[in-house]
Design a protein around this ligand. Structure first.
Ligand code: FAD
Length: 259
């Protein structure tokens, strides 16, 4: 299998760097082909702008969505964007690895998503009408591939528990798991989260690698998070609201997971 690891940490000797190196070795030892997009090492450009397309006419207004659509369709995207899309097409599984910074991914990784997820590639796919609202949330260009987050967090695990002050980790990661990964079609695996990183030592690092190694070994057998598919009958279309008879009276992020 082909695995793409998109990695966002500025320091190779960091905990994240050590976990990345472990993951690459483990996956390769299991016979998988691994490619790493090391965003800081690549000096990845994180901002969307007119330079993302070779067709932008200087002096004209820049519209991020429409220029993305045109550049993707015409093959005039900047080379760095096209190369990352090719890696995504190549991959059977994608791992996004990053330290939790301000309850989300580092800006450089957000910028990778914003630029690589072009209109026509990751969104704006399929028929959009009163009967259908595109191929998304379980369908789309990346359907059939698996994805998993590997995240390190300074906070303690209970801080991210059901009543923890930071909010439940599944809620915090929902915009990435459901929005960034499930939206264009990935089957999303439960995240691997390392908490309380300041208390890492050699013994705990070994335990963490054992646990991460098991998750990597089970990349193709782990049951994905059962997010509801947009076009499988659970939602009113085109409103895209959960049907009244499903979990009546309930709301919130959890309703989009079929228990
Ligand atoms: P490092 O700092 O590199 O290492 C952490 C510890 O692991 C160190 O003690 C180091 O000695 C040890 N270590 C490293 N490598 C090894 C190894 N091979 N073997 C054994 N021990 C090792 N946290 C939150 O919970 N929520 C937030 O919203 C949040 N926001 C943040 C925002 C910013 C801007 C920053 C800078 C930090 C934030 N943090 C937050 C904390 C952040 O998530 C952690 O600092 C980060 O996850 C730690 O990962 P690292 O790779 O940088 O660890």
């Amino acid at each position: 299998m082909n695995v793409l690891l998109v990695y966002a940490h500025p320091e190779p000797t960091s905990l994240n760097g050590a976990l990345r190196d472990f993951s690459v070795k483990r996956l390769e030892a299991a016979g998988h082909a691994v490619r790493v997009s090391d965003l800081y090492a690549m000096n990845w450009k994180a901002v969307v702008d007119a330079g993302d397309s070779t067709e932008h006419v200087p002096g004209t207004a820049f519209n991020a969505s429409l220029e993305s659509k045109r550049a993707f369709a015409n093959g005039t995207q900047s080379a760095d964007i096209a190369a990352e899309q090719d890696k995504l097409k190549w991959a059977d599984a994608v791992i996004l690895q990053f330290p939790l910074w301000w309850f989300s991914m580092p800006a450089i990784l957000k910028g990778w998503v914003e630029r690589v997820y072009a209109y026509g590639f990751a969104y704006g796919v399929g028929e959009h009408s009163d009967q259908r609202w595109g191929d998304r949330y379980g369908e789309g260009s990346l359907a059939g591939k698996r994805a998993m987050l590997v995240v390190t967090a300074g906070g303690w695990e209970p801080h991210y528990g059901p009543r923890g002050i930071n909010g439940p980790i599944d809620d915090i990661l929902f915009p990435i798991n459901h929005g960034v990964l499930f939206y264009p079609g990935f089957d999303v695996l439960p995240p691997f989260v390392v908490y309380r990183t300041s208390k890492m030592d050699a013994a705990r690092f070994a335990q963490t690698c054992d646990a991460l190694g098991r998750r990597l070994d089970e990349l193709w057998s782990t049951r994905p998070i059962p997010y509801r598919r947009q076009n499988a009958g659970d939602y009113e279309i085109p409103e895209c609201t959960l049907k009244e008879d499903i979990l009546p009276g309930q709301a919130g992020l959890g309703v989009h997971i079929a228990k």
